[in-house]
Design a protein around this ligand. Structure first.
Ligand code: SF4
Length: 227
């Protein structure tokens, strides 16, 4: 891992190291194939991962973890199977939109979709109805190994509370903060995002538990959250 040159880079890397020391490796993304990572990225919107696992297990049981099968199955049937993931009608539609895209543009091959380094792939994914920036970036990083930083609600909350960003700045600006100040390393981006989710779930909740949090040391002077 190359060293960052800026003060912000040092600070971001230090946060990362403290998180890693505290939580250890998160081993994301748990999946059996790149296609399954993508299915998980779509299903995980607004729900806990345990529910996604149940939905994916049901799809596996029905031998539906394959783009052609998803394309062929009636949407209502797919929706019933993925019910544990919540918002199942909407998510069934999104799965179908994605697989249609994959079949039409890449002959159903995830390998082909990721072949080469086409920077346009992110835009292509964002054009699919129901795929937003967080989902597109999860697909690019966790299924494609692309060096792209994922921003989610936890990322935003931790950075805001630590005074690293102003409130309500756009997704892209937060992403740029990480990507300009950290080494371009997909393994680092992978682990960092997973660790931010871990700290968000454990300590940086709506009501923060700073006293026990590994990032307490970084709270800026004068922060109302300081004990
Ligand atoms: S819980 Fe407190 S110390 Fe921990 S990340 Fe959130 S604001 Fe920072």
């Amino acid at each position: 891992m190359g060293m960052p040159q800026t003060a912000t880079g040092h600070r971001l890397l230090s946060l990362y190291r403290h998180l890693f020391r505290h939580f250890g490796p998160q081993r994301w993304w748990p999946a059996r194939s790149r296609f399954e990572v993508i299915i998980g990225a779509i299903l995980t919107q607004n729900t806990a991962w345990t529910n996604v696992e149940r939905a994916i297990a049901a799809m596996r049981g029905a031998q539906l973890l394959n783009p052609r099968k998803i394309d062929a199955v009636p949407q209502e049937q797919l929706a019933r199977l993925i019910r544990p993931a919540g918002y199942y009608n909407m998510k069934a539609e999104r799965l179908k939109h994605f697989t249609r895209f994959l079949l039409t543009r890449y002959g159903g091959s995830v390998q082909r979709m990721f072949r080469g380094k086409r920077p346009g792939l992110r835009e292509e994914l964002l054009e699919i109805s129901g795929i937003g920036e967080e989902t597109a970036d999860s697909i690019l990083l966790y299924a494609g190994g692309r060096p792209i930083f994922i921003v989610d609600a936890y990322t935003r909350r931790v950075l805001e509370r630590h005074g690293l960003i102003a409130t309500n700045i756009p997704y892209g600006e937060i992403q740029r903060l990480f990507m300009t100040h950290l080494p371009t390393d997909p393994a680092l981006f992978n682990e960092y995002h997973a660790l931010l989710v871990a700290v968000g779930k454990t300590y940086c909740r709506r009501t923060p538990r700073c006293d026990d949090c590994p990032l307490l040391y970084d709270l800026p002077r004068g922060s109302p959250l300081l004990p």
